[in-house]
Design a protein around this ligand. Structure first.
Ligand SMILES: [Zn+2]
Length: 263
């Protein structure tokens, strides 16, 4: 089983890595070795000859677990933890893209600025009234997914952005009724056709209790992930600030690293 760093290993690497990186778990293989990926034969057929050989490497890093073929020296451990940090930073762009995809449909509401500013003029602009929710559509979701792929080169991340976008549409559908009782529709196939515009008579108001309950529930999950997995939404903006937030939450909640059941 993978085990946390020993207190001695932690102490000697403290200061070089963030506490979250020191949460990496280690697995030393005695009898078996890490196998090469199943797609290697295919790559060789395609002409790739200099593929890295996992079976002869000293150690391989998979996300937050380092698997080694030999006992960890300080040097080997240091080298592998650098990879853990690299993966964390690589992930950051993808996480940011998915987060943006979840809120970006609402940029069609930006017309409210023009509408409010020109409200009392002789030619009021009705950009908010006419275009709000115009981008809550499949076409824009596809654009966002393609942009995400261009930025991250990852189909998985692009797919997650597509799903996050649709989660936004679903949330608007069930719980975005205005204070005046207006039920927001989702014009899913705009600008091509008004057919398949979604709306739901049971749509609750923006400030209704289900939205409040959901907010508290998701906030609790966010804090749980920050404490146990060592990453908070602050990570999207600053790696260092995120470390401070995670540490503060852990201290406040009395969480000790390495005490996880099953870790
Ligand atoms: Zn929306």
């Amino acid at each position: 089983m993978a085990v946390p760093l020993s207190p001695e290993q932690r102490a000697s690497l403290d200061g070089f890595f963030l506490p979250q990186v020191l949460d990496t778990r280690l697995l030393v293989l005695a009898e078996t070795r890490v196998e090469n990926p199943a797609f290697y034969p295919l790559l060789r057929q395609m002409g790739f000859t200099n593929l890295p050989n996992f079976t002869t490497m000293a150690a391989v890093t998979f996300g937050d677990v380092v698997v080694s073929h030999q006992p960890f020296s300080d040097g080997l451990l240091f080298h592998e933890l650098v990879h853990v940090e690299q993966y964390r930073r690589l992930n950051r762009r993808g996480m940011a893209a998915v987060t943006v995809a979840a809120v970006i449909p609402d940029i069609d509401g930006i017309g409210i600025v023009a509408e409010v500013l020109t409200r009392h003029s002789s030619h009021p602009l009705l950009w908010f009234s006419e275009y709000h929710h115009a981008l809550h559509s499949l076409a824009f979701a596809v654009v966002v997914a393609i942009l995400t792929f261009t930025l991250t080169r990852s189909w998985l991340t692009a797919g997650l952005a597509f799903i996050a976008f649709h989660l936004h549409l679903l949330e608007d559908l069930v719980g975005s009724r205005g204070p005046d009782g207006f039920i927001w529709p989702v014009p899913y196939l705009q600008p091509f056709t008004s057919q398949l515009t979604w709306s739901w008579g049971g749509q609750w108001q923006l400030n209704a209790w289900p939205n409040l309950a959901l907010t508290l529930f998701l906030l609790a999950i966010t804090i749980w992930i920050a404490v146990v997995r060592g990453v908070s939404p602050v990570f999207l903006f600053s790696v260092k600030a995120d470390a401070v937030v995670v540490e503060a939450l852990r201290r406040r909640l009395g969480y000790r690293v390495g005490r996880l059941p099953g870790a």
